[in-house]
Design a binder for this molecule. Structure first.
Ligand code: HEC
Length: 460
């Protein structure tokens, strides 16, 4: 426990002295552009804005303003004239313009006041939230082994981590980096003692991981021919109760009809990579699966399209009790909204509707059924969903963990469980995945702060 506290204090202290105050343009850029163009404009799913290559003519102020306002919608660059004011677009153009003076921004470094952010988080009465691990850069999916080691995938960091709480005090003693240099290895799952990791284009396997994690273990490639599109290309992975591995292939677009290809489906395969088959279709981009503890059915989130307005369509929580179901994309969104281009009137009735409409642009990612006994009985076998939060809505939404209470496979209510990562327009965390530990406490990963949180119940 001690080294982590010491590290936290040291990082906060240095950050509060060194970091220049972020300007409005920096904030706008980090909130709306960084996820595609990189925290330091270096590029990610979108092109670098600091190299010398420009796809759309000379980067003059006027050209940049026009491009940002109109976007390149069929190439994945949103039009911002709906979401941002003219003045904000001007600020962003000035910020991007070659030769502009920009304070360096690195959002995965701790920012001043982050622990104030922790204290602003709100949960139902009797629950407490604390930091389980710090410095887990771009932390994504979680998988907990039977000996209690927590494995964590990451996005841009390209790393897979093991979190070890040897003294069992509820705080990880160390963050061990198992592997580096991987291609957005967001997905992790455990099967037969091995850790399976899903990168953008392949699945790899680390055998006997609980015994080998500390010694830079070697891996074997299980499958290396997955579609490697960057847009919606990151892949979660989950071992099913049938002993197979479930993997999504997202649609490589905002909306497009590529039904005849591998896209917009959940696939499954045997642990050795054989037997690749489609399990469910009509899914735009799912970034989280869970199997119901009693029915064993596959539950998953799906992220609704952008560019259709602030309030349309809704993101989804779905269940696929059997193979071969179609969930509507790209013809019908959120169960009720026919696509303006691909949907024929009335076509929504032909597809499986969501169990819960989680809200527009909330970006639901990981989910977990509560299987422990520490929380009150009413939480048992109910499902928690991590909402990463919107990036292109006028007023931000999401940035929380919600509880969906179920009756059979129907939603009764959806209520906030962890709220407060969003304060006005300020974001202190973005929940990604959820896991339940053997003691019944709950972990939540946050790729914005590079943290894992732990929720315990101590009310009576
Ligand atoms: C969802 C991902 C995404 C987001 C968010 C995004 N962009 Fe883009 N952007 C792209 C892609 C993809 C392209 C390349 C389009 C093409 O190939 O024509 C691009 C291109 C650009 C270009 C032109 C680059 C060139 O080489 O000519 C600029 C400038 C730009 N974006 C600025 C912004 C700004 C400013 C924001 C935030 C307000 C932003 N982008 C948000 C994906 C994104």
């Amino acid at each position: 426990m001690k080294p982590i506290l010491a590290a936290t204090l040291a990082l906060c202290a240095s950050a509060s002295h060194a970091a220049p105050a972020p300007t409005d343009a920096t904030r706008l850029y980090q909130a709306h552009c960084a996820q595609c163009h990189g925290a330091n404009l270096e590029g990610a799913a979108g092109p670098s804005l600091v190299d010398k290559q420009w796809l759309h003519g000379q980067p003059t102020r006027a050209n940049l303003v026009k491009l940002i306002a109109q976007g390149v919608p069929d190439k994945g660059m949103p039009a911002w004239s709906q979401t941002l004011s003219r003045a904000q677009i001007d600020q962003l153009a000035a910020y991007i313009e070659p030769g502009a003076r920009r304070p360096a921004a690195a959002p995965s470094q701790p920012a001043p006041g982050r622990d104030a952010a922790l204290s602003r988080l709100t949960l139902p009465k009797g629950f407490t939230i604390a930091v389980y691990a710090e410095g887990v850069e771009s932390a994504r999916s979680l998988a907990v082994s039977s000996s209690g080691i927590v494995y964590v995938g990451s996005r841009k960091a390209g790393k897979v981590y093991a979190l070890v709480d040897a003294d069992r005090d509820g705080v990880a003693d160390k963050v061990v980096t198992i592997a580096t240099g991987l291609n957005n290895p967001i997905g992790v799952t455990l099967l037969n003692g091995a850790l399976y990791v899903a990168e953008i284009g392949r699945v790899i396997r680390f055998d006997d991981i609980d015994r080998s994690y500390a010694n830079k273990p070697a891996y074997k490639v299980v499958k290396d021919d997955l579609p490697d599109d960057k847009w919606h290309g990151e892949k979660v992975i989950k071992a099913g109760p049938d002993g197979k591995l479930y993997i999504p292939v997202g649609s490589p677009c905002n909306t497009c009809d590529k039904e005849d290809q591998a896209y917009s489906k959940i696939w499954r395969m045997n642990p050795d990579g054989s037997g690749w088959e489609a399990y469910a279709g009509g899914i735009r981009n799912t970034v989280g699966f869970a199997f119901h503890p009693l029915t064993k059915e596959l539950w998953f989130t799906d992220n609704g399209p952008d560019e259709m307005g602030d309030n349309t369509p809704s993101c989804e929580l779905n269940v696929a009790p059997k193979k071969g179901l179609h969930f509507g994309f790209p013809y019908c969104h959120g169960g009720v909204f026919p696509d303006p281009k691909y949907g024929k009137a009335g076509s929504c009735a032909a597809y499986v509707p969501p169990v819960a409409k989680l809200g527009p642009h909330v970006a639901p990612l990981g989910l977990a059924f509560y299987t422990g006994t520490q929380f009150p009985a009413q939480y048992r076998n109910q499902v928690f969903v991590a909402e990463h939060g919107s990036w292109n809505r006028t007023q931000k939404i999401g940035y929380k963990v919600v509880l969906v209470t179920l009756h059979g496979n129907q939603e009764v209510t959806t209520t906030d469980f962890i709220d407060g990562f969003l304060q006005g327009d300020d974001v202190s965390g973005r929940p990604v995945d959820i896991a339940v530990l053997a003691d019944g406490s709950m972990l939540v990963s946050d790729d914005h702060a590079g943290r894992i949180y732990r929720v315990t119940y101590n009310g009576k």
